[in-house]
Design a protein around this ligand. Structure first.
Ligand code: F6P
Length: 340
């Protein structure tokens, strides 16, 4: 058996442990492994490297992905799916492991419907993938954001300022919500719930009177006033590129003008997507990687390795790609408990 692996979409800590887990388990089965570079692009172009013990034995603690990644979508390219299938044939691959989020697994699911023998490994720092309780990348990203909050609390308290931290999270606010809950922030803005600027400002004024400081965590995709015109640049999967929105800064300017309190904003951005994976993400990455190789050995194609409770189980790829897992009211209400 020969299996191909790729990592697609935004990178995140945990991908290298997942590659390691998959290669080690596959070698145990006597399979040969190759890694395609830069996601689906590498598969369409036949750009691959061998993946053996030497390549993966020292990567469990490394962020990013040794295979490289891209947001290349073969279904948006003339002859893209056919090019992918030709590479599979050329390399005599018996199976494919696609590691990625909704977009990458969406491509995997479509290829499976065309007859490609593929299994999935779910990843996303946004934690917005359905069909799995958590994805690796999330724990590390929130941990990084918590470090940033710790710094903002120190400098903000010293200067008697309100501090705004903008975190990633395009369609789902899990990163912002967990960052706010675990840092003791005073307000959070999420893409799932339309912001009430007046309510936020009143609350910040109240908090500031008590502690001469305030911390607001904002998800880059949150809705705040009307700025539709700025949201137009899209990637190959149709996602709006939010980096130029500068939402955190807009909120800081708004809070400062409404309260008269000096306010500063920071964007953690891609810093929260790199660096060594946390313990949780290393173990989860290894487990889902191992499971992916086992799914292949069992012939369970069209499935992905998903964390359900304490177990890593097989769930259909279609479960992951049909709906995004977004923050629900119950979680939002939990955050409100701490805004006093
Ligand atoms: O992978 C998801 C994500 O991390 C989003 O939270 C963010 O909006 C986006 O990636 C950024 O993408 P890029 O790295 O292409 O700028």
């Amino acid at each position: 058996m020969k299996i191909g692996m790729l990592t697609g979409g935004g990178d995140c800590p945990g991908l290298n442990p997942a590659i390691r887990g998959c290669v080690y388990r596959a070698l145990g089965f006597g399979y040969e492994c190759v890694g395609f570079l830069e996601g689906w692009k590498g598969l369409a172009e036949g750009n691959a490297i061998p993946l053996g013990l030497t390549e993966v034995e020292n990567i469990v603690d490394k962020g990013g992905t040794i295979l490289g990644t891209s947001r290349y979508n073969p279904f948006k390219k003339e002859g893209g799916p056919e090019a992918v299938e030709a590479t599979i044939k050329k390399f005599s691959l018996d199976a494919l492991v696609a590691m990625g989020g909704e977009d990458t697994l969406g491509v995997a699911s479509k290829l499976f419907q065309r007859g490609v023998k593929v299994v999935g490994v779910p990843k996303t720092m946004d934690n917005d993938l359905s069909g799995t309780d958590y994805t690796f990348g999330f724990d590390t990203s929130v941990t990084r954001a918590l470090d940033a909050c710790r710094s903002l609390i120190d400098t903000g308290t010293s200067h008697r300022r309100v501090m705004v931290l903008e975190v990633m999270g395009r369609h789902a606010g899990w990163v912002a919500l967990f960052t706010a809950l675990a840092s003791g922030a005073d307000w959070v803005l999420l893409p799932e719930f339309k912001a009430d600027p007046a309510q936020m400002v009143n609350h910040i004024k109240k908090v500031y009177q008590r502690k001469k400081f305030g911390l607001i965590v904002v998800s880059e995709g949150a809705e705040f006033q009307d700025d539709e015109s700025e949201k137009q640049v899209k990637d190959e999967f149709g996602h709006i590129i939010l980096q130029k929105r500068c939402l955190g800064e807009k909120i800081a300017r708004y809070v400062e003008s409404e309260t008269g309190i000096e306010t500063r904003s920071s964007v953690i951005g891609h810093m929260q997507r790199g660096g060594a994976p946390t313990l949780f993400d290393r173990i989860l990455g290894l487990r889902v990687g191992v499971k992916a190789a086992e799914l292949i050995s069992e012939g369970k194609f069209g499935m992905m390795a998903a964390l359900k409770g304490q177990e890593v189980l097989a769930v259909p790829l279609s479960d992951a790609v049909n709906n995004l897992k977004v923050v629900d009211r119950k979680w939002h209400e939990l955050a409100q408990v701490f805004f006093r």
